[in-house]
Design a protein around this ligand. Structure first.
Ligand code: GGG
Length: 351
């Protein structure tokens, strides 16, 4: 019996509801199929925690989390209490950086029973690999002057180490899939970091001559995600570009509520973190209608990470049988609530 020790960080808003749902599903899966047990330890770090303690997480949070094999996170942010840049940098981005989670894996595919808003939705199945620890998400810069001459300066940071790491990971994935890779750039407008990104793409591409590689400007790429997503397989992008592309990816799937992600520490030195793409959705928090599919699919990515691909497939199939049967939350055109979808997925697992 393999027991996996997981730190659960439900966080804010709907994060609390969907992590609870996905944990429930994982326990059911483990009981039904055996061989694995999930041991979750919950931490209440969130914007509410901030309002009581003046920080998103305690000082020793990183050392506490490093004792676990994985982190299962819901959502972070409640702008009514804490400005978003403080909550994100105090928790989500801090964890990604401290644990060198340089690679963010974000799949987007046509999901059974979920209507894509695309006019002509062909089946698509792509994975965006997003650099996750630096790039445009940087604290380098500052604000100077006041009034008419006020100025904000924001520098992007692209190290060879992290850039090469994420691009190489994307090539390795492309090699395992369909030998097709698109690298997101904007080297016609961003004159230092993006030519550097393109150079690194080219040098890593030389190690994978059988992978068809193309660099595409992010503006065109964003449009192509909408007009012809089926043409993409593996896409590698910087932190901000990847974040934007994957919100488009979730929109063309039908809802941001269903998109999963894995933040990986490739060296295995630190725990990897699994979180849905969506945020805390304060507008629907507490109403019991949050879509648990993004978090459940995220749980499947966690299973794959630990080598339980067969169980992951059972989870994915059960989930798609539920969406195909029309048991769906309102964001994807259904009338079911979070609990009903969760129970339906559990029932499918047990069938
Ligand atoms: N599911 C985690 C979460 O709350 N994400 C919201 C968000 O704004 N994330 C920004 C990012 O992924 O960089």
């Amino acid at each position: 019996m393999r027991k996996i020790e997981i730190a659960a960080l439900p966080g804010d808003g709907v994060g609390v509801e969907v992590t609870e749902a996905a944990k429930d599903v994982l326990h059911t899966l483990a009981r039904a199929h055996g061989g694995v047990e999930f041991s979750f330890t919950d931490f209440p770090w969130s914007c509410d925690y901030y309002s009581k303690h003046g920080e998103m997480m305690p000082k020793d949070a990183i050392s506490t989390l490093s004792q676990f094999e994985a982190i299962f996170l819901g959502a972070v942010g409640n702008p009514a209490i804490v400005p978003d840049h403080i909550s994100l940098w105090g928790m989500l981005i801090k964890i990604r950086r401290e644990f060198e989670l340089s690679v963010n894996v974000r799949p987007a595919k046509k999901v059974k029973g979920i209507t894509s808003p695309l006019a002509n939705p062909k089946d698509f199945d792509l994975i965006v690999i997003r650099e996750n620890s630096e790039g445009e998400y940087s604290e380098v810069g500052g604000r100077i002057h006041r009034g008419e001459h006020e100025m904000a300066i924001q520098n992007a940071v692209f190290t060879r180490r992290a850039t090469e790491k994420v691009i190489r990971y994307a090539f390795q994935l492309a090699e395992k899939r369909n030998n097709r890779l698109v690298s997101a750039t904007k080297s016609n407008g961003i004159v230092h970091s993006m030519p550097f990104w393109d150079e690194v793409t080219k040098s890593v591409a030389a190690e994978y001559p059988h992978v068809h590689t193309q660099s595409t400007h992010i503006d065109a790429l964003a449009a192509f995600f909408v007009s012809k997503p089926a043409e993409f397989d593996v896409v590698v992008a910087s932190n901000l570009f990847g974040d934007i592309l994957t919100d488009i990816g979730s929109a063309i799937m039908g809802s941001i509520g269903i998109a999963p992600s894995a933040n990986l520490n490739l060296e295995g030195r630190y725990p990897s973190m699994f979180e849905p793409v969506h945020g805390s959705a304060p507008d629907i928090a507490g109403k019991g209608i949050a879509n648990p599919i993004g978090q459940i699919w995220t749980a499947k990515m966690m299973l794959d990470h630990f080598g339980f691909e067969e169980l992951g497939q059972v989870l994915m199939d059960s989930m798609e049988e539920v969406t195909e049967a029309g048991i769906k939350t309102p964001d994807i055109g259904g009338t079911a609530n979070t609990r009903a979808v969760t129970e339906a997925v559990k029932e499918k697992i047990l069938e």
